[in-house]
Each structure stands twice: as C-alpha cells, then as structure tokens.
Design a protein around this ligand. Structure first.
Ligand code: GRF
Length: 186
C-alpha cells in the first residue's frame, strides 16, 4: 500500500478529488491532510471525508522537525495540491522524487515566486496567451523547477476572463491529477 499525505493551503477541491479517487483503492491510501492555514476549507473537506487532518503553522514547517516527523510516519509520497509555502529543505531532502506538485500553468511559463492562484491566470490573460494548462511535477529545492511528469493544455479564448481560465484549469486538474499520481507512484 502506498500512503499519500496531501499538503494544501486553500479550498482543497483537488485534495477532495484525490481522496475520493483513491477511496476504494487497494494500492493507494490518503492517510492525512495537512494545512498551513487554520481556516483552510481543505481541513473541513478532509474532516467530512473521514480523513485525518492537521493544521501546522508556518513556524512548525520552517523551524521544527514536527512536520517532517508526521510525514515520515504517514507518507510514502507527499502531494502538494494548492500548497502555498515553499517546502522546507529538510522535507525535500527526505522525500527525493516523492513530492508531487500541481501548478496551474504550462511550466516553465508562469512559474516561480508570486505565481500562484489567480496571479497566474491574470498574467496569462494579460500576456494574450491563446492556450494555458497544467503541469504536474516533482518538487526540488527551487520553486516550480523539478522534473515534469505531465502537462495538459486548454485553449484561452479572447473573451475569457481570468476567472474563466481558472475554471477551465480546475476542470483539467480534476480530470488528470489523481490518475497521474497513480501512474507515477505505482
Ligand atoms: C489549483 O489551481 C492548483 O493548481 C494551485 O492551486 C489551486 C488549488 O485549488 N496550485 P484547490 O484548492 O484544489 O481548489
């Protein structure tokens, strides 16, 4: 059985989708959800789905070994699903090629510091891109620079608002992320 811990900072629609996807799996189990934001909706979603969920403040990630300990005890792979903190070096080092992130753009475009959430979709819109997409990749010590596992594209119409782009990206994420995780880890 491969155990997943999901790290997320926000709504957690991807986290929920991954939990549901593996709910009846014999080979993959989501053991826990961690958030660095106490109020994040992802914690409520995990609770409703009967998954262990824990809030760790930023300080715990950066200064303590407590998150690393939790991950070592509960995870074979770590999944970042809208996780907005940079993953600390001690965690990256403990899980080489075992941390998988989803980024809502076609890396290397629209990656790096500050490029998250609506910032990405607004930048895509302002640049007049005709397509954008998602990137699922391994995490290394630099933001958004680990080896790419999978990308998928979606068209951007001239009439699309950044919110429209965000909706299309979410659909693409939900359709692909669990499957790509499954293929990468089994
Ligand atoms: C997703 O678009 C993901 O790519 C990005 O943050 C968003 C999280 O959405 N990193 P949700 O919280 O899973 O709904």
């Amino acid at each position: 059985m491969k155990r997943l811990v999901i790290l997320a900072s926000g709504s957690g629609s991807n986290a929920e989708n991954i939990i549901r996807y593996f709910q009846n799996s014999d080979s993959v189990k989501v053991t826990s959800v961690i958030s660095n934001r106490k109020e994040a909706k992802v914690l409520e979603r995990a609770k409703n789905l009967g998954i262990s969920h824990t809030y760790f403040p930023k300080k715990a990630f950066l200064e303590d070994e407590i998150v690393l300990k939790h991950l070592k005890e509960n995870a074979d792979f770590v999944i970042l699903a809208g996780f907005l903190l940079k993953v600390p070096q001690n965690i990256v080092a403990a899980f080489p090629d075992k941390i998988i992130n989803i980024h809502p753009a076609l890396l290397p475009k629209y990656g790096g510091k500050g490029m998250y959430g609506m910032n990405v979709h607004t930048a895509v819109k302002e640049a007049g891109e005709t397509e954008t997409g998602i990137t699922i990749h391994y995490v290394n010590e630099n933001y958004d620079e680990g080896a790419i596992i999978f990308q998928a594209k979606t068209a951007v119409a001239t009439t699309d608002t950044p919110e429209d782009i965000a909706n299309n990206i979410h659909k693409l994420e939900h359709a692909n992320f669990p499957k790509v995780i499954e293929e990468a880890i089994l």
